[in-house]
Design a protein around this ligand. Sequence first.
Ligand code: MLT
Length: 233
Amino acid sequence: MRLRVDLLPHGQYSDVVIVVDVLRATTTAVTYLERGADALLLTATPEAAFVLRGEGVVLGGERGGLPIPGFDFGNSPVEAAAQNFTGKTVVMNTTNGTGAAHTGAATGKHVLLAALTNAHAAARRARAMATEEIAIVCAGTDGRAGLEDVYAAGVLAEYLLAMGTFTIDDGTRMALTVRRSADSPLETLSSATHGQTLLNLGLGDDVRYAAQISTSTVVPVLLEGEGQSSADA
Ligand code: MLT
């Protein structure tokens, strides 16, 4: 079994793809499902999200870390954790994370969403589903690799290496080095470029929330969908 870490999304095929966008799309996606959402739909554009609005459907997303005008929610996991989404479908569109999920959906037979909060459960699910290769795809921010995502990829890789034998690539070696040499999860996320952006926007609670490791067993799995990806726990 091969294990690969892509520091940014690209279209190389894998049988299991784990999409990581710790600050904050995949952390928030896990939280929506934890708070009762029936499903998530991840669209490629805000316009596609507005088209899906309807009975029992709410929209969540951001640009530059701030809520998209006209959406019901931003992309804050802390905000999501305070709501009850039972019976709701949440449509998500974010700057980088939903796009990375679409790349994953285009290149993976099975696509999972992972953050630090569900890292162990995501690794366990990926290991159970994979037959040839697991690719951990870091969303990054605006086309640049994100320290927080590479750190989370290292956490996922450590869990996977404890679950079985893998041939690993240089991306995995780099992610493991980041994980093993880093300070605490919170210090790592806070020092990341996007973590700094969120702190400067007064969204430090989201950074603290996203820094929790393996507190959730919810693993969003993307299902086939026309033009959007949906996720089920
Ligand atoms: C992203 O998709 O890049 C992130 O979710 C951005 C954010 O929520 O701040």
